[in-house]
Write a protein that binds this ligand. Structure first.
Ligand SMILES: [Zn+2]
Length: 366
């Protein structure tokens, strides 16, 4: 993620801290200072926030290590003021795998709360607890606070609503009996139902709940839509959507020619060839960038992207859909018996999804 500081590497996974995190620390110091706290008290508050972020990191590491068990690589973990983000290179789809990976995060918090529970005395009644907590963090109640944070993090993450871990746990459980897209839809609806409850309660008691509710309503919709798109593609192959007519440009041509092509057509991605052999690709952003930096007399060969992505015409379209997001702005080359038969880009697949979805809706209505 942009603007992140690399802290190091653990178990082969890069760990990053987003710069906005420093704002959070400044904010904590400021609020404590304004409330008339002395430097020692402020220091304890900062230490506490840092310990919470170590916790969030361990939670994400829990997901990452569970995923590793199923040969899913985690690219990196980034800590943001709102929580952590582990980027897995694919989402586990088998119900058991998804269940284990989703539950591994909250399990870390449950374990931490359990361990801390042994070393602290938890006040007997809630009044006593509130008095203790209202003092702010200090040397005496540091671990009590730590226990409570982990307890709440486990509970919060297990709310059965996307994008929370609990939403994935719920989908995984439903997937044992149902098709994945149906399970996703049901899990998303349950999540949104809970979220509306949060929003209503939030207006009465705590504005923070409104915020979480809105977050869940949107997150659930995004998840549901993306799974639906993927489902639409099931059963189709790359050859069903490829472009047999695609825009080509010779590597020896000048940038000027590419600009003319860009202006004359709807095409945004071009295949660069040398004596009809593909040698690279060129997209709209690269053309505009090169024009600004080098001028229109630069040779195409010098500005193209020489990395070619080949796909077999018989590849399943739903698998390509995932790669598509990684290679968003490129043209992929479609091969059949070692022969180039067409190209494919993001827009082809998105248009295909749109058209298929309209057909599906019509069928449902009929
Ligand atoms: Zn999690």
């Amino acid at each position: 993620m942009k603007g992140s500081l690399k802290l190091g590497k653990i178990a082969g996974i890069g760990l990053y801290l987003h710069w906005t995190f420093s704002l959070l620390i400044l904010f904590i110091v400021f609020v404590n200072y304004k409330n008339g706290q002395n430097p020692t008290q402020i220091l304890w508050s900062v230490l506490f926030i840092l310990s919470v972020f170590v916790t969030v990191f361990l939670h994400e590491l829990g997901h990452a290590l569970a995923a590793k068990k199923y040969n899913i690589v985690t690219k990196d973990i980034t800590l943001l003021p709102i929580g952590g983000l582990a980027r897995l290179d694919r989402i586990p789809e088998k119900p058991v795998e998804e269940l284990v990976v989703a539950f591994a995060g909250p399990l870390v918090n449950i374990t931490l709360a359990f361990i801390t529970g042994f070393f602290i005395t938890i006040p007997n009644d809630s009044n006593q607890l509130m008095t203790e907590l209202s003092k702010g963090v200090n040397a005496d109640n540091f671990f009590l606070n730590f226990f409570i944070v982990n307890f709440w993090l486990a509970l919060f993450n297990l709310i059965p609503a996307f994008p929370m871990d609990g939403g994935r746990v719920l989908r995984a459980l439903l997937s044992f009996k149902l098709q994945r897209n149906v399970a996703t839809k049901i899990a998303a609806r349950i999540g949104q139902f809970i979220a509306v409850g949060f929003i209503l309660l939030g207006f009465l008691y705590n504005p923070f709940l409104v915020f979480i509710g809105i977050f869940v309503v949107i997150g659930a919709q995004v998840e549901s839509d993306s799974i639906e798109s993927k489902h639409v593609l099931t059963g189709y192959k790359v050859r069903d959507v490829l472009m047999r007519q695609y825009p080509e440009i010779d590597a020896h041509e000048k940038l000027k020619t590419a600009i003319d092509l860009l202006l004359d057509s709807q095409n945004k991605n071009f295949l660069v060839t040398d004596n009809t052999i593909p040698v690279g690709t060129l997209n709209r952003d690269q053309i505009i960038m090169a024009l600004a930096k080098k001028g229109e007399n630069e040779t195409i060969a010098n500005i193209m992207d020489p990395n070619l992505i080949f796909l077999d015409a018989d590849s399943a379209l739903e698998n390509v859909f995932e790669d598509m997001y990684k290679n968003k702005e490129t043209l992929m080359l479609i091969m059949e018996n070692n022969k180039l038969i067409g190209t494919l880009d993001t827009e082809n697949i998105l248009e295909f999804i749109l058209i298929k979805e309209v057909h599906l809706k019509k069928d449902h209505a009929a």
